[in-house]
Write a protein that binds this ligand. Sequence first.
Ligand code: UDP
Length: 324
Amino acid sequence: MKHILVIGGAGYIGSHTVRMLAQQGYQPVVLDNLSKGHREAVSNYPFELGDLGDKALLTRIFQKYPIEAVMHFAAFIEVGESVKEPSKYYHNNVAQVLNLLDSMVENHVKYFVFSSTAATFGEPVKPKIDETHPQNPINPYGNTKLMVEKMLADFDTAYGLKATALRYFNASGADDSGEIGESHNPESHLIPIVLQAAAGKRPSIKVFGDDYPTADGTCIRDYIHVNDLARAHILALEKMMKEDKSERFNLGSGTGFSVAELIKEAKKITGIDFKVEVAPRRAGDPAVLVADSTKAQQVLGWKPEYSLTRILQTAWNWEQNRKY
Ligand code: UDP
């Protein structure tokens, strides 16, 4: 059984990937400091408590389990916060990852799947963003992820560490089982906030800007279900290990929805007419981010399975019965 170290495995995308790894016959080992993650999300798997950049701990883990690859999900991910507190982002998302990569090289662990982001591209110069799109991030969060992508290219050249960078667009939805889902504290992401407004847990949803250069003035994003992302990780891992080659893929549905459209769909699915307010723009937000995932489809045979409606349905099911 292949052992995969999943760092940040107790978090949102990490926990869905851990579950899918186990379903597909892998042995996930979770490393998480629980600063954001939830122990309940990974109660069935080997669990190590600690920081991703703690080299002594990493060495112990690499000695304890026959780890063949590392998946890394333990990053700070909020664009707005990264503008206000960049130091926190450079420490966690870059410096700590450098320690991790050093530790992998020292312990001869050769394969790495890296959670990157659409935010590495900055303002789009074409309607859909493929892997050839220039990378000019417009916020510190995107900068940190791009820096690691560059480190990975250099680590491959110098040390032969193979890495696949997956640039997620907007991860969303919850597992169909209802056992795991999205839970950030405080929550900053659109879909959970919208559904919390529907559930009466918030007085309203604030739309950050209605004066963007889009048809209805609100930002357009590409929402991709968390289990579609989890599946892409496993496909990418298998491809990388088979071909011993570094890669990068953009992962989205290829369809954009505006904030206003998403709210409309959420009202339809929940049957609740919650209150919507317009608020000022949020710093660091590009107007439109939509993926071109042709490469992932062609190279990995990956195709998203969940529509926006299914995404909202699974997220609504989670919101009404959340376990954490
Ligand atoms: N957004 C919003 N109100 C909120 C949260 C988010 O209008 O309470 C908008 C945000 O400005 C962006 C989109 O929803 O245009 C998606 O934001 P989210 O934080 O979910 O993901 P991001 O695109 O930043 O990764």
